[in-house]
Write a protein that binds this ligand. Structure first.
Ligand SMILES: NC(=O)c1ccc[n+]([C@@H]2O[C@H](COP(=O)([O-])OP(=O)(O)OC[C@H]3O[C@@H](n4cnc5c(N)ncnc54)[C@H](O)[C@@H]3O)[C@@H](O)[C@H]2O)c1
Length: 328
């Protein structure tokens, strides 16, 4: 199959590219390198097995000419390009909304023109301020006010879902909507507020692990390789067309316990320092207290099995970050 991955030089996109190449897909990538990097693709570009099957275009999803060519060429589009990360969204509020809403509409418009399947990478953020677990695809959604720009990410991703579903209903476009929960693994950047690379970096430098709020907020981390296998399998499922799926793991952990686990696993002398949200982000910042996915729906349509446990995920990330530091 010929696949186009928007945001393919990003963290998840580069793993998806690898999974597709492993099963003999031809892979086309469009990425403007705003938060992604060609370093994420170097090992694939240097692999002789993939020499004639990997094509990387450094460009924006707003370039109609490039999108026209690429969507025309490919059988399926994985739309991952987005402004990502709470810190990035707060620093670039307008550009983030434009990328996540207008950029997605542009990708969908081209897919509709050529009647190409398209998978949308939405986010667990769309659920907003729920406290219950697990979160189900049919749950209501609760956001804070528009004066708090952190909610613009959730809202823009939800808008992507509405636009994609509208294309499905209006044009019969084959869309697949995936709500990714915290997806982690080696190569994820800590620069835009992602917690695990930030904690591991702090632990490896014996610096305090800075936990925001009181540290009782929890997340369910999923290994990136488990996630991308799920995304690739979904687009082959007829039953998944026009549906919304949670894609996440099963092991809930609080940020305090995560920090403790990372200190133990790195053998670090670091201590934990609690930082009020106001100081870490902005005045009256609101976080999501819990984020645990219900994954029964996706398991009904594909053999989705997020089997990599957090200890193993952390082993991979710590080894990668130690190697990268040694190579510098
Ligand atoms: N990492 C997670 O835990 C997580 C959770 C929920 C949803 N997601 C979604 O998954 C997708 C991938 O996220 P990621 O973690 O790999 O982040 P990432 O920042 O590594 O990847 C996003 C990629 O999109 C590219 N991009 C941004 N604007 C672009 C534009 N206008 N044109 C072309 N490329 C552009 C960036 O350069 C980057 O390579 C995003 O849509 C994100 O919202 C990620």
């Amino acid at each position: 199959m010929r696949v186009l991955i928007t945001g393919g030089a990003g963290f998840i996109g580069s793993y998806l590219a690898e999974t597709c190449l492993e099963i003999n897909d031809e892979v086309y990538i469009i990425d403007n390198l705003s938060t992604g990097s060609l370093d994420n693709l170097k090992h694939l570009q240097e692999d002789s097995r993939y020499k004639d099957r990997l094509f990387v275009h450094v460009d924006t999803i707003f370039n109609d000419k490039a999108l026209l060519e690429l969507t025309g060429t490919c059988d399926v589009v994985f739309h991952l390009a987005a402004a990502v990360g709470v810190r990035y969204i707060l620093a670039n509020p307008l550009e983030s909304i434009r990328t996540n809403i207008l950029g997605t509409e542009n990708v969908l418009k081209h897919c509709a023109r050529f009647k190409k399947k398209v998978l949308i990478a939405s986010s667990s953020e769309v659920y907003g301020k729920h406290l219950h677990a697990p979160l189900l695809e049919t749950d209501n959604i609760i956001y804070g006010p528009s004066s708090k720009s952190r909610w613009s990410y959730a809202t823009s991703k939800l808008m992507d879902e509405f636009i994609a579903l509208a294309y499905h209903r209006t044009n019969g476009l084959n869309v697949f909507i995936t709500r990714l929960f915290n997806t982690v693994g080696p190569r994820q950047s800590g620069a835009y507020g992602m917690v695990i690379p930030r904690f591991v970096s702090q632990a490896l430098h014996n610096a305090p692990l800075t936990v925001y709020g009181d540290g009782t907020q929890s997340r369910t981390f999923t290994y990136v390789k488990d996630v991308v296998r799920g995304l690739r399998a979904l687009v082959d499922s007829e039953a998944a067309v026009g549906e919304v799926f949670n894609v996440g793991g099963i092991q809930e952990i609080t940020m305090l316990d995560l920090a403790r686990m990372i200190i133990r696993k790195t053998g670090s002398g670091s201590r934990i320092e609690l930082i009020p949200y106001d100081q870490a982000f902005e005045k009256d910042f609101e976080d999501m207290q819990r984020r645990v996915p219900g994954i029964e729906k996706i398991k009904k349509v594909i053999a989705y099995d997020p089997k990599t446990d957090l200890e193993t995920i952390l082993d991979h990330i710590i080894a990668h970050m130690k190697n990268s530091a040694a190579a510098q």
